[in-house]
Ligand binder design. Structure first.
Ligand SMILES: NC(=O)c1ccc[n+]([C@@H]2O[C@H](COP(=O)([O-])OP(=O)(O)OC[C@H]3O[C@@H](n4cnc5c(N)ncnc54)[C@H](OP(=O)(O)O)[C@@H]3O)[C@@H](O)[C@H]2O)c1
Length: 466
């Protein structure tokens, strides 16, 4: 009998299976396309205790009770279909673990639906890509605590370790794990766009070569901006196309794809009524990139009268670094605010400092900054928006002029800096004592008799404006 089963031998499933096997657990594997299972066994499996199966019944029967089955398949319908296929063979107390990027509301629903069959369900957010899955990902399990306890040992062993602690924690109830993974991806989109905007300014404003941009990213990665995404960005800049020995990045079509987690983050922010414009800008940035044909057409009809800037290279690079720190901080603050709000609204009971701790290793958004963020959260555990803190404001104010400078350079050069501009405006919005929403309230009352409150007396008011 094997300790655990895994269905779905795609990029993530294969590597996770090898990781589990290497950690001395016996594993049954199954994949829809049989050929893939065969190739996996022949080409990838070495000494690991991994056994292939080609039908659901014998796969399930090969597992120790209570059975633990990880699904590593495409999110959405395939997950529901597999649950449906598995159910006839499962017994009371068996456990399905969904390790894909499922929508957290689907996970809430599945946990609820499976109660009728007495089958347990864990929504497991996994980050770290192919490398992480193999060598230690960041794991974000959510569901019943008792359910998590059934696989805690395996998850802690296969997770990445930072300061000898596994980057895995019980995140919270129901779909909490997938909720947190969704926010992780929302932040990931934002950091990626921020770095890409800095790249654009360096190549178009400072006329730096890919190699020089790579050197700058590398230097930043050694400093405060150190992060996995910065590390891969400098490596990408150095990477040459084997056909022509020129930077490969120059030959990649500038249309960014997405699979949905960023979009879900924005939708959720709107549903929860928590402002997260930078996270949304990150999705919009990808969407704009997608309209390549329109962009080509429009770039020819609009005359871009460039200001002769004669940029100071050193100062611009300094300001870019500060502006990326500003941006990254805002992205994390918006994400954590959403997590804290969801924790209250959906009763997920998430500890956001613990979430940040498990994001310190294994995952795509691991960054040096996270230690500082945890410190801020721990100063006031009741504060759900950690931007609302003196240390946070001081940190951002220290980078504000640089961010403003970068934003101005970008405008003068007609370079979009969506995420920089949005993060700056978000910050300005949150530090503005008297906003212009008084006018919007007046407008609402004018056309819709929606009423308003006054600053000088209590009560609800309506005016006949005409
Ligand atoms: N790639 C990443 O960096 C990453 C990181 C974190 C989480 N994830 C999530 O992890 C999950 C797997 O991702 P991946 O990158 O490993 O995907 P992948 O390489 O595209 O593999 C997809 C897997 O899903 C299976 N599958 C698709 N439709 C199915 C269906 N209707 N019924 C049964 N099996 C089906 C495929 O089986 P066949 O071989 O038969 O097609 C394959 O095993 C996804 O939810 C993804 O969002 C991915």
């Amino acid at each position: 009998m094997n300790d655990i089963g895994l269905i779905g031998l795609g990029v993530m499933g294969e590597n996770l299976a090898l990781n589990i096997g290497r950690n001395n657990y016996s594993l049954s594997v199954l994949n829809r396309t049989i050929e893939k299972t065969k190739m996996f066994m022949e080409q990838k499996v070495r000494d690991e205790n991994i056994m292939p199966f080609y039908d659901i019944k014998s796969f399930v029967e090969s597992l120790e009770r209570p059975r633990k089955i990880i699904l590593m398949v495409k999110s959405g319908e395939p997950v529901d279909n597999l649950i449906h296929e598995l159910l006839p063979y499962l017994e009371n107390g068996d456990l399905i673990i969904d390790g894909g990027n499922s929508y957290f509301k689907d996970t809430d629903r599945r946990i609820e639906e499976l109660k009728a069959s007495n089958v347990l369900y864990l929504g497991l957010g996994i980050s770290g890509g192919e490398y992480g899955a193999l060598n230690g990902p960041s794991l974000m399990p959510g569901g019943l605590l008792e359910t998590y306890k059934l696989v805690e040992d395996i998850l802690l062993n296969i997770a990445a370790k930072v300061d000898s602690k596994p980057c895995c924690t019980y995140v919270g109830d129901d779909g909490a794990g997938h909720f947190v993974k969704m926010i992780h991806n929302g932040i990931e989109y934002g950091i990626m766009l921020g770095i890409s905007e800095a790249y654009n300014i360096m190549r178009k404003g400072l006329m730096l070569s890919s190699k020089e941009i790579g050197d700058t990213f590398k230097k930043w990665n050694d400093g405060e901006l150190g992060s996995y995404l910065m590390e891969i960005s400098y490596k990408i800049m150095y990477h040459e196309d084997e056909n022509n020995n020129r930077p490969l990045v120059d030959f990649i079509l500038d249309k960014a794809e997405q699979k949905g987690t960023g979009k879900w983050t924005s939708i959720t922010a709107l549903e929860l009524g928590i402002p997260a414009p930078s996270l949304t800008a990150a999705v919009d940035g990808r969407l704009i990139s997608h309209f390549k044909e329109e962009r080509i057409k429009l770039s020819n009809v609009f005359e871009k009268k460039k200001v002769n800037l004669s940029l100071d290279k050193e100062k611009t690079i300094y300001d870019l670094e500060k502006s990326l720190l500003f941006n990254q901080f805002i992205l994390f603050s918006q994400g954590i605010w959403l997590i804290n709000e969801a924790s209250n609204v959906y009763n997920y009971n998430i500890d956001s400092a613990e979430v940040l701790r498990i994001w310190k290793g294994g995952c795509i958004i691991r960054a040096k900054m996270i230690n500082f963020l945890i410190e801020i959260i721990n100063e006031d555990r009741e504060n759900i928006n950690f931007l609302n803190n003196k240390k946070s404001v001081d940190f951002l104010l220290g980078k504000f002029n640089s961010t403003k400078h970068i934003s101005n350079i970008a405008k003068d050069l007609y370079i979009p800096a969506l995420i920089h501009n949005t993060s700056m405006d978000y910050f300005l919005g949150l530090i503005e004592e008297n906003s212009a929403a008084n006018l919007m309230q007046a407008q609402r009352d004018y056309f819709g008799a929606h009423t308003y409150e006054r600053v000088d007396s209590e009560g609800i008011f309506h005016t006949e404006w005409e």
